[in-house]
Structures are given as structure tokens and as C-alpha cells.
Design a protein around this ligand. Structure first.
Ligand code: SF4
Ligand code: SF3
Length: 541
């Protein structure tokens, strides 16, 4: 196997024996094949559109779902991934038969392999099949951005929000990663275009979420537990949460959020459920101890799954694009009602969660809430009470080096405000950082996709302060990444012209030296250094 799509890749080079995340070589191979077949379908759908043919919505959903299921820590289930390849081959052959002219289609589109051919084919089509270091690097950078984008589009689709233009772009871009005639310059441009569409995808999801559940508002979220059995829901999918809350009504079973599901508490629509108690635990990587202590069933709606301990393995359920071998998967497609009764019954026979902590945290500072506070924020800036905003969005991870982000947050001067989104916040959202005239020093917009809110806030400040660009604002960026959703967030920020982003804890292994230089030269991206150096550089320089 060869996988280097996430920040925790082995030795910051590549996982070649087994994934640091727990991904086995046979699963990595099936994901490589799934990506290959999905690129092939995309070449066909792109040609269909060029010829004026309509691509069925089911095809769009299949493509985004396939990409989503290959992101880090989403799906470890070989059988489920193989079933996806089989379904994709069927769809591919069907679409292919609708083209009168297949000239110019890549091999991935024309390949007619059967299940017996999968293993050998997978070994030919992975990352290493491209020999040019820079082309390979850019193709993978684009692919990982598209995976993140596909995840966000899938969430919007679940809420019945569609945008054909974004699907078209995803497919065209996937097809282009197979096109050997494209130069480094072409692929750099495609990378930036991917970022622009990333903004559109996050906008689509923001609209889907806010149309369905209302605008996030400032909310105090409880961290303690009640003396009743509970279900812990993790991942990013609010529709699953909504169905679970509806089905647990009056059952005596409580519902708690974990990891990236925390921001659900900020939405008005979820506040009406008396059994929706609070947030339990921290970011994804602490789940082995936290899921054990929860005592009840856990529902993973998306990434990030950590291979479970035996002590709670049979309490772990998956749904959507998530999967883990041996865990019960709750089925249900777009627009379908899922049946969580098995999980609810299971919960009734479990003891209540063991408390990990007590107290509460505050969040819900997405664009609408921040705009409502704009006057006091602008006053605080004008009076010098707030000197800088520090965007610390992104992901958390298990490496010790990420203590940097906690120390960075603690060391920031008192006249700075942290803007955050994504699970990166767990490094500092429980620290006593105080407030500035009633404005909390950590403003959490929500999930990683809500980085869109942070971009909107920056654009609003450009307007209010009458400056020329986002780079003229007192905003600096110190972003943490882990998986591919953070890649699309990064590309989205670059497409908006944001410069001088600090990216850590390490730069991606998939950036070749030349591609890294392109990012440094054009966007002044840099890695992190020590807390002291970076505070000096970002705050005082
Ligand atoms: Fe390694 Fe990350 Fe790939 Fe998992 S997703 S195999 S940890 S590079
Ligand atoms: Fe987190 Fe996996 Fe990236 Fe959504 S849940 S931000 S790491």
C-alpha cells in the first residue's frame, strides 16, 4: 500500500505497510481501486455533458459518496468498499453504453474488470502509478481537496440541497487527474479552481444546514452527564442526529454529542429535545478511552473512526459513508428514514455514562451570530481592546506535537480573539481564556465546513473597515490540518486570496518540493515553528 493523504502518515512520508490510522493494506487497495473507477465514471459523465446528455442525479451522488468513503478514518470495511466498487462498475458500464463515441476516454473509463481482477488492478492504479513527482503531487492535492468537497456536498445532499455545477466540477476535475497532457501550470490552476468550488460547496452546506436547522446562535453546552442511559453520536451528519433525536423522544434514552457533532447544540432546531443533553469528550483521537467510559452505544455518522477496543466494539454502530468491519451499519439513503431502534434498545440496557468532566463551554459563533455582534466587535477593535483575530480552524490529531496549539492559544496576548471551526478547537476550547468586554476569546463557528463562516466574517470586516483585501485586516491564520476536509478548507482560503497561512503541525507529505515552493512563493504559506517564534511573527511582526 501507499497512502500519504493525511497529516499522520508514517514518518511524514507515507504509510506503506499498514495505516497509522488502522487502515489495512487490502482496504487501502480497495480504496485505490474505488478512486480509480470513480475517476473513470467522471471521465464518462464529463463527456456525456459535453455531448449535451444529462447525467442522472444518482450518478452524482455515487461519485461524491465514493470519494467520501475513502477519506481518512471514514470507512475501514473491505466488504462495503468492494460492494461500492461493484456498484460503481455497473453504473460505469451503463453510462458508457449511452455514449456513441468513446474516443479519448481514459483507460479508467473503459476498464471492464470483474471482482476477480480487483486485487491485481488495484496494485496498478494507486498513487505511485504516476512517475512525475510534481504532477503526482498536484494530482493528489486536487484529489484530496475533491474528497473534502465531496464530503460537504454529500452532507448537503442528505438535506436535499443540490448543486449540479459543483458536481460537474468535481467530475471534470477528477477526469483531469487522468489527463497526461496537463502541465504543472494547468494543474496549479485546477488546484485553485478546486478551492473556489470548495467555497461554493461550503456555501451549499451552510445553506442546507441553516435552512433546515436555523442559524447557529451563542450557546452554552453542558459537558457533564445525567443519570440515564445514553447514545453518543459522532461525525458530521446532522440529519442522522435529527432522526435519532426524533426516535429517542420519550424512550428515557439521552443523546450526547462527541467530536465534530458538538456544534449541533448551536442550532435552534435541536434545542427543543429535552433528552439532548450536551457534549461528551473531545476530538476524535481520544475516542478509545472516551467511548469505553460512555457505557452506551455510539453512532459514527462519518469520520473520524479509530479502530475500537474490544470493550466497546459491539456498542459501535456506523451509518452513511462510515463503516467498520464487525460493526452494525444502519442503512438509509438520501431522503430515507433510518431506523435506529436497535441502537435505542441497546442503550436501554446500558448503564449511564461515566462523567469525564463537568461545566460548560460556549460556541455558536457562525456568521449570522457574529454579524449580530458586529457593532461590539468593531468597537472593541477601534478602541484597541481587540488587536488581532487569530484563525485557528482545522483538525485535531493524536501527535504530541499538537500540544503546540494549546500552548499557542495560552500564550496569545489578552487582546487577541481566536476564530475557530473544526475539531482543532478541542486543544483550547476548555481553557480559561476569558473574554474581551463580553466577547469570548474563543469564537467557535462550528464544524470544519463552517470555516466558510470565518471567510464570510473576514469579508464582512473588509467591508466594515473599508480595506482592500482580507490580507489588510488584523487577522492571522494558524491552521491545523489532519484529513482531506482540511485540505479543501485550505484551498478555499487560498482561492479567496488569503496569504501568510501557517499550516501545521507539519506540511503535507504529498507536496513535492516544487509544489511546496509554488505555495510558498504565491501564498507565503509556511509551516509552524516554536510557539514563541510564531507569536512573534503572527502577532507582533
Ligand atoms: Fe496513513 Fe493517513 Fe493514509 Fe491512514 S489515511 S493510511 S494514516 S496516510
Ligand atoms: Fe475533525 Fe476528523 Fe478534521 Fe471535521 S473529525 S475536522 S479531523
Amino acid at each position: 500500500m501507499f497512502c500519504y493523504q493525511c497529516q499522520e502518515t508514517a514518518a511524514n512520508t507515507a504509510c506503506t505497510v499498514s495505516g497509522v490510522c488502522g487502515k489495512k493494506p487490502e482496504v487501502a487497495a480497495m480504496q485505490d481501486l474505488l478512486v480509480y473507477v470513480t475517476k473513470g465514471i467522471s471521465a464518462i459523465t464529463t463527456k456525456m455533458r459535453e455531448g449535451g446528455k444529462k447525467v442522472p442525479q444518482r450518478g452524482n451522488h455515487l461519485i461524491t459518496g465514493n470519494l467520501f468513503s475513502t477519506i481518512t478514518n471514514a470507512n475501514f470495511d473491505l466488504e462495503a468498499l468492494q460492494a461500492r466498487v461493484e456498484e460503481s462498475m455497473m453504473v460505469k458500464n451503463c453510462l458508457l453504453s449511452q455514449l456513441e463515441d468513446t474516443d479519448g476516454l481514459p483507460e479508467a473509463a473503459l476498464w471492464k474488470g470483474e471482482p476477480k481482477d480487483y486485487v491485481s488492478k488495484a496494485s496498478e492504479v494507486g498513487v505511485l502509478s504516476c512517475k512525475d513527482e510534481d504532477i503526482k503531487s498536484l494530482r493528489e492535492l486536487i484529489l484530496y481537496g475533491l474528497k473534502g468537497m465531496a464530503a460537504y456536498v454529500s452532507h448537503a445532499n442528505v438535506l436535499l440541497h443540490e448543486n449540479e455545477e459543483i458536481d460537474m466540477f468535481i467530475q471534470k476535475a477528477l477526469a483531469k487527474t487522468l489527463d497526461n497532457s496537463l502541465t504543472v501550470e494547468d494543474l496549479v490552476q485546477l488546484t485553485l479552481d478546486t478551492g473556489s468550488y470548495g467555497v461554493k460547496a461550503m456555501e451549499l452546506l451552510d445553506k442546507a444546514n441553516t435552512d433546515t436547522y436555523g442559524n447557529p446562535e451563542m450557546t452554552h453546552v453542558k459537558l457533564g452527564v445525567r443519570n440515564k442511559p445514553g447514545i453518543l453520536i459522532s461525525g458530521h451528519d446532522f440529519k442522522d442526529l435529527e432522526m435519532l433525536l426524533e426516535q429517542t423522544k420519550g424512550t428515557g434514552v439521552d443523546v450526547y454529542t462527541h467530536g465534530e457533532m458538538l456544534p449541533a447544540h448551536y442550532y435552534p432546531a435541536f434545542k427543543k429535545y429535552p433528552n439532548f443533553i450536551g457534549n461528551y469528550g473531545n476530538a476524535w483521537w481520544k475516542q478509545r478511552e472516551e467511548f469505553e467510559a460512555f457505557n452506551g452505544p455510539i453512532l459514527m455518522t462519518t469520520n473520524c473512526i479509530v479502530p475500537p477496543k474490544d470493550s466497546y466494539k459491539d456498542r459501535l454502530y456506523t451509518t452513511g459513508e462510515a463503516g467498520y468491519p464487525g460493526s452494525v451499519h444502519i442503512e438509509g439513503g438520501i431522503g430515507e428514514e433510518k431506523d435506529f431502534s436497535e441502537i435505542i434498545e441497546r442503550a436501554k440496557h446500558c448503564i449511564p455514562p461515566t462523567a469525564l468532566e463537568d461545566g460548560e463551554i460556549i460556541g455558536g459563533f457562525a456568521h449570522n451570530q457574529v454579524f449580530a455582534l458586529a457593532d461590539s466587535i468593531v468597537d472593541a477593535v477601534k478602541q484597541g481592546a481587540i488587536k488581532k483575530f487569530v484563525v485557528m480552524a482545522g483538525c485535531d490529531g493524536r501527535h504530541k506535537t499538537r500540544d503546540y496549539y494549546k500552548e499557542f492559544a495560552e500564550t496569545l496576548p489578552d487582546d487577541t480573539v481566536i476564530l475557530t471551526a473544526g475539531c482543532a478547537k478541542y486543544r483550547y476550547n476548555k481553557l480559561p481564556l476569558g473574554d474581551i468586554g463580553g466577547i469570548p476569546r474563543v469564537l467557535d463557528a462550528g464544524q470544519c465546513n463552517d470555516s466558510y463562516s470565518l471567510a464570510l466574517i473576514a469579508l464582512k470586516l473588509v467591508e466594515i473597515f473599508g480595506v482592500e483585501s482580507v490580507n489588510d485586516l488584523p487577522i492571522v491564520y494558524n491552521i491545523a490540518w489532519y484529513e482531506q476536509k482540511a485540505v479543501i478548507v485550505l484551498l478555499a482560503l487560498l482561492s479567496l486570496g488569503v496569504k501568510n497561512i501557517h499550516l501545521g503541525p507539519t506540511l503535507p507529505a504529498f507536496l513535492s518540493a516544487n509544489v511546496a515552493n509554488i505555495l510558498v512563493d504565491n501564498f507565503h504559506i509556511s509551516g509552524t515553528s516554536t510557539v514563541e517564534n510564531d507569536i512573534e511573527k503572527l502577532i507582533y511582526a
